[in-house]
Structures are given as C-alpha cells and as structure tokens.
Write a protein that binds this ligand. Structure first.
Ligand code: NAD
Length: 333
C-alpha cells in the first residue's frame, strides 16, 4: 500500500532540491502517492494567497508533508507561511539534527547534536506595533504549557535515542519572566529524567561554546528564536545550511523540510546542495516506519560525499544539484 503524503516544492531552490529528494525516495523503493500543492510566493502569483485552503486541507488529511522552503517578504508583505503552518497545525517541536560528514571540509569534525526548538511562540507570534513613528514594540510570549511540552520532548528524545545530556538555552538573567519561565519549566521536567544530565546555558555563552567546543553538546532545547539562530550557527560548523534537515512535529501531524530558506541568490542554477532536503526526506521515512529505506539513503549520501569531486558548490566542489542526486541514487543498494 502506498503512503499519501503532501508535497510542497516551495520557492527559490525548493523545487530543485525537493524533486531530487522525491527521486531518491522513489529509487529506494518506498511507494508514495505525492499530493502536490503550492504555497508561498508562488501561490500568491497563481491563486492570490500564500497558503491556499487546499494546501492546508491536504496536510490535515495526510498528516505528513515534505516541504521546500518558502519565501517570506522582509519588512512588510504577508505573514510567514511557515510560522502559520507551525502555529495552526500545532507543530510544537522543530527537530534539527546537526551531524558531521566525512569528506566535507568544515570548521569542526565529529559533531553529532540535535537542536530541539520550540516552534509556536516566543517573538514569532507576530504581535508587533508602532508605538509612535520612532518606537516599535514586539511582544514575546512564553507559556508554561508550551515550555514544559518542548522540554519533555527533548528529554524523552534523549532517553529514546540513548543520548546523555540535555542543554537548555535561555537568557533568564535579562528576561527574568519569559525566559525565566522557560528555564523553570526545563528544571521541572529534568527532575523526571534523573538518568539524563541537565545543563543550563545563557544563549550568548552557548553561542561561543558551540563555536569552540560543539562536540560537548548532545541535545539542545531552546525557545523559538534562540533555537533558530543556533541551528544556523551549528549548520555553519559542519559545512553549511545545505547539510541541515529538520522536522516540525505536532501531536499527529509532521512536516519535514530543509533548515535553509529559498536561497534566491542561487535559485534555478542547478547549484543548490540537495542534502538538507534529502535528509529531511530521510527523517520523514523514519517517522513513517520505513527505517530500512531511510538507512540506505543515509548511507548513500555519506558514501557519495566521501568521494573526491562529488561535492556541490557550497561545499567547495562543482557538482550540480541533479548530478549529486544521481550519484546518491547510484549508491542506493
Ligand atoms: P537562505 O537559507 O535562503 O540562504 C542563506 C545563504 O545560504 C545564501 O547564501 C544561500 O545561497 C545559502 N544556501 C541556503 N541553502 C543552500 C543550499 N541548499 N545549498 C547551497 N547554499 C545554500 O536564507 P535567506 O537568504 O536569509 O532567506 C531567503 C528566503 O527564505 C527568505 O524569504 C526567508 O524568509 C526564507 N526562509 C524560509 C525558510 C523556510 O521555508 N523554512 C527558512 C529560512 C528562510
């Protein structure tokens, strides 16, 4: 029986990297009925809205989506579709694994950490206003419910994956109420997992330590904004955004997408690195229980990267997006 999965190719480099991912999943033999829908800037052009009802309905029906990045206008324009999807579908946890690859020249080797980012609140709620023409205000919301939920998710993940430590990131020395509540929630949940080491870290110190000693970290749990920034930073340490996959997890709906954006500077040139999208597909396969196919794809990506001359432009090579994907397909055994 084939799986019904919603497919959102996205904007910019999205269609290029998502089509590679679909081909690779097909080559691994997983039967999927892809239900393709448009969202983002492309949907604004074609149907006049960035998040058409049929896209939302498809995700709600299928419960699983593979999604490319969506362009969000900067400074004005429509509200981020990503933020709306996460909020409206209750996708409370954003899971971002960061793992080093042999064959990729990077600032650090042997990194293997997972960033668990709260996905529904913090400064992302979009409650902003001009107080007067020279003063703007943005409201940061942190709730006990969402904080405990994300911290429990991080600890349970540590337990399930046999990880040793959870590091909670905050700025409760300055934001004593909001980040204070996040920290208090983490401390409470930590008491239910005595076998897992719990560490607290102020976000500025975390940024420095992550750059200097990233191998010291295992699972990092953070409110929305710090989690977003730290995951791009961590991706930079292993070789760039082209290598970082993610999953947006809700109670019964999950959307898998690369960490990177639509990268308009390199769109339609066949030079984008498809690995972030491919590995997001791998996370999706693990989620639906296709573990064997997921492992075969993961191995094929690693084996491809080990061969000199196979790297894409962002990693210092000259391999095209499609050509890289073909090399992965050749190695799926
Ligand atoms: P970006 O992630 O698109 O690009 C940042 C830099 O990384 C660029 O130089 C880009 O060329 C490079 N890069 C990104 N992905 C790459 C890949 N796969 N291979 C090679 N190089 C890659 O970030 P940005 O430029 O700040 O944002 C562009 C648009 O994407 C904005 O509209 C933003 O809102 C949106 N965005 C969407 C998502 C999402 O849909 N989940 C996430 C982040 C940004």
């Amino acid at each position: 029986m084939a799986y019904d999965i919603t497919l959102i190719p996205g904007d910019g480099i999205g269609p290029e990297v998502i089509s590679c991912t679909v081909e690779i999943i097909e080559a691994a033999g997983v039967p999927i009925n892809w239900q393709q829908v448009e969202s983002g800037a492309k949907a604004v052009e074609s149907v006049g809205t960035p998040l058409p009802d049929h896209a939302m309905d498809s995700i709600k029906k299928n419960k699983i989506a593979l999604k490319g990045p969506l362009t969000t206008p900067i400074g004005g324009g429509f509200r981020s579709v990503n933020v709306r999807l996460r909020k409206e579908l209750g996708l409370f946890a954003n899971i971002r694994p960061i793992k080093s690859f042999e064959g990729v020249k990077a600032l650090h080797k042997d990194m293997d950490l997972i960033i668990v980012r709260e996905n529904t609140e913090d400064l992302y709620i979009g409650k902003e206003r001009m107080i007067d023409e020279n003063k703007a205000e943005s409201i940061k919301i942190i709730t006990r419910e969402a904080s405990e939920k994300i911290c429990r998710y991080a600890f349970q993940m540590a337990k399930d994956l046999n990880r040793k430590k959870v590091t909670l990131v905050h700025k409760a020395n300055i934001m004593k109420l909001t980040d204070g509540l996040f920290l208090e929630s983490g401390r409470k949940v930590a008491r239910d997992y005595p076998e897992i080491e719990f560490e607290e870290m102020i976000v500025d110190a975390m940024s420095m330590k992550l750059v200097q000693f990233p191998q010291d970290y295992d699972i990092i749990v953070a409110p929305n904004l710090y989690g977003d920034i730290l995951s791009d930073l961590a991706a930079g340490l292993i070789g760039g955004l082209g290598l970082a996959p993610s999953a947006n997890m809700g109670e019964d709906i999950a959307i898998f997408e690369p960490v990177h954006g639509s990268a308009p500077d390199i769109a339609n040139k066949n030079i984008a690195n498809p690995i972030s999208a491919i590995l997001s597909g791998v996370m999706m396969l693990k989620h639906i229980g296709e573990l064997e196919a997921a492992t075969r794809i993961e191995r094929a990506v690693s084996a491809t990267l080990k061969v000199e001359g196979n790297l894409t432009k962002d990693l210092g090579g000259c391999q095209g997006t499609k050509e890289f994907a073909e090399k992965v397909i050749e190695r799926i055994t």
